[in-house]
Design a protein around this ligand. Sequence first.
Ligand SMILES: [Zn+2]
Ligand SMILES: [Zn+2]
Length: 139
Amino acid sequence: MQFKKIKRGMTENGNLLRADLYPLQARQPCYCQHCLNPLQFRITHAEGRFFEHDLELSDVNQLEVCAYRLSSLPPPSINASLSSVWTAVNGGQHEGYDLGNPRPQRFLCVMCNYEYDGLKTCTRCHNNLYSTEVRTGIR
Ligand SMILES: [Zn+2]
Ligand SMILES: [Zn+2]
């Protein structure tokens, strides 16, 4: 997980505390405004003063939704491919969707986690709802 540099934290009393004004001697505990996880104060030559999440003490579930988190590439999501399949199914047989122009391809049936070559009907469970195209990168 990657995060933006945090310039403002929150004290235990809920007061905002700017990294610029952080009292070096006091070592004041500081929390993220967004996910309320503990912050660590950093000071470096190159980057100046800033806070970053204290990852060891942080709640990972909250870190994932923190507004300071840099969005990384979305992982290949089975849910996303499932929902796009469902949309296509529920919206009828639209042209442009794979069903309209069948040609043998490599598919992965997420229902039984089985890869096969064919026309989007799993050769194991004979279901075509759960198959998703496998992009091998080979042309
Ligand atoms: Zn946070
Ligand atoms: Zn299957």
